[in-house]
Design a protein around this ligand. Structure first.
Ligand code: GAP
Length: 458
């Protein structure tokens, strides 16, 4: 069983996170020069590197740790029947309510999270001027048209989840991968949802990346594997530095379950706006394979050569958002402290997640230090992601690296010319040790492979 969890209060506001991400070039509101477009974000250099690292760690956990899991990359636009079979055309809806007075639109099931357009201290419907409509079902799928004609025959959808691309390839994968249940198919890719409840930065966006794995198992083993993946996925987050006091597992009640699920548990994280879903781990049973068998006419089942019987495997699905996971990693890593009378903001990210592992800095831009530092930089960046920075005071440069979460600073100073040593500064302890410049790249590569725990636990 998953161990009981302690809890704590949020430590940072979303505004502080948004400001840091903008200030340091992680994430920008999309189409900003045109006034922005709701709940859509663009990722800058460090955002791309950080999200890539999150995805790389997910692939590692799926493929390197599990020989029975294979990779897939399916199309964003699939046959429209896929979404009929999956139940998304009929059931992927949110109940919507409009206010005739303020003209705002709300999710009927989230009124208590929304602000009245006339009086923000009240919820919609609580103010005397509120005039709410009945709830209407609103489908979250983005529609498009395939080909030159815009008619009902050409309607297609941008996928709202990556999972269906896996189910419709079940037969293809089984043929080439020669796996027997339990086996998994993993995929990372963009999904699109015309979300109504927006806000909360990259927590809920209209375009986002999902990291989903469908694990096909003999039907009677489904509960056991469901439990297994809950533990594995919790461990993935804690191994990457999220403190367990900010994580919990919550089982869906019967009225919350998706149409396909017989049991789902969410891994929730204590985001600045409160406990919210980070990842879902569902027992989808045989719903999807049976639906696609019915709608496509193709039998999607596994033939067991030992028993000479065919059966439809059941599916356990860990489904995470890369952007949402990235937000949780940033929030958990965010820290401020006072150092020598000045406030220091630092992202205490797991070194493997950090966008840049090492910054190579000449103490001053003279006396041959930049040249020496550049040579070291060229060596270091051949082994780990590194950055060279010679602009401004050393203090400012350290602070910049702290804010993007760079775990190590390599400083070239006057002594480097004399004895070939540099200082290695640790982002978290601020300790500086002198080491030979030679071999420092290998030293850092070895440190990256070590187990790590958040210094916020100390
Ligand atoms: N295939 C199952 C599925 O899609 P989901 O709970 O709707 O389940 C899985 O989505 C995960 O994808 C969520 O836990 C979340 O991390 C991420 N996600 C879903 N909608 C999102 C959105 N609008 N913006 C960012 N991430 C989202």
């Amino acid at each position: 069983m998953v161990p009981a969890q302690e809890t704590r209060a949020p430590e940072v506001t979303l505004d502080e996170i948004v400001a840091l991400c903008k200030r340091r070039g992680f994430i920008f509101p999309s189409s900003e020069i045109y006034g922005g477009i709701g709940s859509t974000y663009d990722y800058g250099h460090y955002g791309v590197l950080l999200r890539n690292n999150v995805k790389a760690e997910w692939w590692r956990a799926m493929l390197s740790d599990h020989e029975e899991i294979v990779a897939l990359d399916s199309a964003v636009i699939q046959h429209p029947k896929v979404w009929e079979a999956s139940g998304h055309i009929g059931g992927f809806t949110d109940p919507l309510i409009d206010c005739r007075t303020c003209k705002l639109r709300f999710r009927a099931d989230k009124l208590e999270d929304a602000e009245c357009g006339r009086k923000p201290s009240k919820h919609p419907g609580e103010h005397s001027e509120c005039d709410l409509t009945e709830a209407r079902q609103f489908n979250l799928m983005f529609e498009t048209h395939v080909g030159p004609l815009k008619d009902s025959a050409s309607v297609a959808y941008l996928r709202p989840e990556t999972a269906q691309g896996i189910f419709i390839n079940f037969k293809n994968v089984l043929q080439f991968a020669r796996r027997k249940p339990p086996f998994g198919i993993a995929q990372i890719g963009k999904s699109f949802r015309n979300e109504i409840t927006t806000g909360n930065f990259i927590f809920r966006t209209r375009e986002f990346e999902q990291m989903e794995m469908e694990y096909f198992v003999p039907p009677d083993e489904a509960p056991k594997w469901h439990e297994y993946w809950m533990e594995e996925r919790m461990r993935w987050f804690t191994d990457l530095g999220i403190r367990s006091a900010g994580l919990r597992l919550r089982e869906h009640g019967p009225d919350e379950l998706s149409h396909y699920s017989s049991a789902t548990s969410d891994i929730e994280y204590l985001f600045p706006m409160g406990w919210s879903e980070l990842e879902g781990i569902a027992n989808r049973g045989d719903f999807d394979l049976r639906q696609h068998t019915e709608f496509s006419g193709e039998k999607l089942e596994y033939f067991d050569p030992d028993t000479k019987e065919a059966y439809v495997p059941h599916v356990i699905e860990p489904a995470a958002g890369a952007d949402r996971a990235m937000l949780a990693f940033i929030v958990d890593a965010y820290d401020t402290e006072e150092v020598e009378g000045r406030k220091r903001t630092v992202l205490r990210l797991h070194p493997r997640l950090a966008p840049v592992k090492a910054a190579v800095l000449p103490l001053v831009s003279k006396e041959g230090m930049p040249e020496r530092a550049r040579a070291i930089y060229d060596e270091v960046r051949s082994k780990v992601a590194a950055e060279y920075d010679e602009g401004g005071s050393i203090g400012r440069r350290y602070r910049r690296q702290d804010e993007i979460g760079t775990p190590w600073g390599i400083t070239v100073d006057g002594q480097t010319a004399d004895d070939g040593t540099v200082t290695l500064r640790d982002r978290d302890s601020l300790e500086q040790v002198r080491l030979p410049a030679e071999g420092i790249a290998e030293h850092l590569a070895a440190k990256l492979a070590e187990a790590w725990r958040s210094p916020k636990l100390d």
